[in-house]
Design a protein around this ligand. Structure first.
Ligand SMILES: Nc1ncnc2c1ncn2[C@@H]1O[C@H](COP(=O)(O)OP(=O)(O)OP(=O)(O)O)[C@@H](O)[C@H]1O
Ligand SMILES: [Mg+2]
Length: 259
C-alpha cells in the first residue's frame, strides 16, 4: 500500500545571509497512512517544525521530495492545514471570523461559511464565544479556535506543531482526549509534533523519533494500544513500557547534543 504522505530522503540547509549555513535536516523519511496519527519527537532544533513547513509546502527541501497521495507537492494546497503552537489567531477578528478565515480565502459564500464555522465552534466546545476576541479567551480556548480554523476547510491532513505546549497540564490532558475524539470522527490524517513522550504515546499510531540536528529518522515505534483510548490507559504497564522505549531512544540523542 502506498502511504498517503510519503517524505523520502528530505534534506534542508538554511543559508542565512552573512552567517554560517545551518544543516537542519538530512535524510528524513516519514510515511503516514491515510487516517493515521503519526507523531514526530526529537531534540530541540532537530528540524521538526522545518519538516512540517516542508509538508505544508512553505519550504522547499534541497534533497528528496514529499508526496501526498502519490503526487509530489510543490506548494501549499487545500488538502493540508497547520495548527500552530502559538495559535496563530488574528487578534482583531472574533472567534467566528478567525474560524471563517480559510473559507473566506477560498471564497466560500457567507451563509455557507457561517454554517460550517458555527458547527466547528460547537464541535470544539466554544458555543457562546463566537463574538469574543482572542484576548478574551484562555490558552485552551485559543487552541480550540486554532483547531476549528484548521478543520473548517475540511483538509485531509492536519499538521500540528506542538499545539498543546502552551497549555496547563490539565487543559492539555483534556485537549488530547478531545483531539482523539475529533480525529476518530473525522478520519483525518495527522502529523503531530510534541516534546511530551506521554502525549506522543497516548495519541499516536506510530511515533517517529528524529535524531539530533541534522534531523534524520532514527527509529519508528508502533503504539499498539487499543482505541478508543482514555486517561486510565496511561496508568497501565503496557503504556509505561512504550514510554520507556521512546525515552531511551530520545535520551541518546539528547546526550549527543549535550556531549
Ligand atoms: N528560517 C531559518 N533560518 C535559519 N535557520 C533556521 C530557520 N528556521 C530554523 N532554523 C534552524 O534550523 C534548525 C531546526 O529548526 P526547527 O525549528 O525546525 O527545529 P525544531 O525541531 O522544531 O525545534 P523545537 O523542538 O525547539 O521547536 C535549528 O537549528 C534552527 O536554528
Ligand atoms: Mg519546532
Amino acid at each position: 500500500m502506498i502511504p498517503y504522505i510519503r517524505a523520502r530522503e528530505i534534506g534542508l540547509t538554511f543559508r542565512p545571509k552573512n552567517r554560517e549555513p545551518v544543516r537542519a535536516i538530512k535524510g528524513l523519511d516519514v510515511e503516514v497512512g491515510r487516517g493515521e496519527f503519526v507523531t514526530l519527537v526529537g531534540p530541540s532544533g532537530c528540524g521538526k517544525s522545518t519538516f512540517l513547513n516542508i509538508v505544508l509546502g512553505l519550504l522547499r527541501p534541497d534533497t528528496g521530495e514529499v508526496q501526498i497521495d502519490g503526487r509530489r507537492i510543490t506548494g501549499p494546497g487545500p488538502e493540508r492545514a497547520m495548527v500552530f503552537q502559538e495559535f496563530g489567531l488574528l487578534p482583531w477578528r472574533t472567534v467566528l471570523a478567525n474560524v471563517e478565515l480559510g473559507l473566506e480565502l477560498r471564497a466560500v459564500p457567507a451563509a455557507e461559511r457561517h454554517r460550517r464555522s458555527l458547527e466547528l465552534i460547537q464541535m470544539v466546545g466554544l458555543t457562546g464565544f463566537e463574538r469574543h476576541y482572542p484576548h478574551e479567551l484562555s490558552g485552551g480556548m485559543k487552541q480550540r479556535v486554532g483547531l476549528a480554523r484548521a478543520l473548517a476547510t475540511d483538509p485531509e491532513v492536519l499538521l500540528m506543531d506542538e499545539p498543546f505546549a502552551a497549555l496547563d497540564a490539565q487543559t492539555r490532558d483534556l485537549m488530547q482526549t478531545e483531539l482523539l475524539q475529533i480525529w476518530e470522527k473525522s478520519k483525518k490524517t495527522v502529523l503531530f509534533v510534541t516534546h511530551s513522550i506521554e502525549e506522543a504515546a497516548y495519541l499516536s499510531d506510530r511515533v517517529v523519533i528524529i535524531s539530533a540536528r541534522p534531523g534524520r529518522t532514527k527509529e519508528i515505534i508502533k503504539i499498539d494500544l487499543p482505541r478508543p483510548r482514555d486517561y486510565e490507559m496511561r496508568l497501565t504497564p503496557q503504556f509505561n513500557d512504550l514510554k520507556l522505549r521512546i525515552w531511551e531512544t530520545i535520551k541518546e540523542e539528547l546526550l549527543v547534543r549535550a556531549g
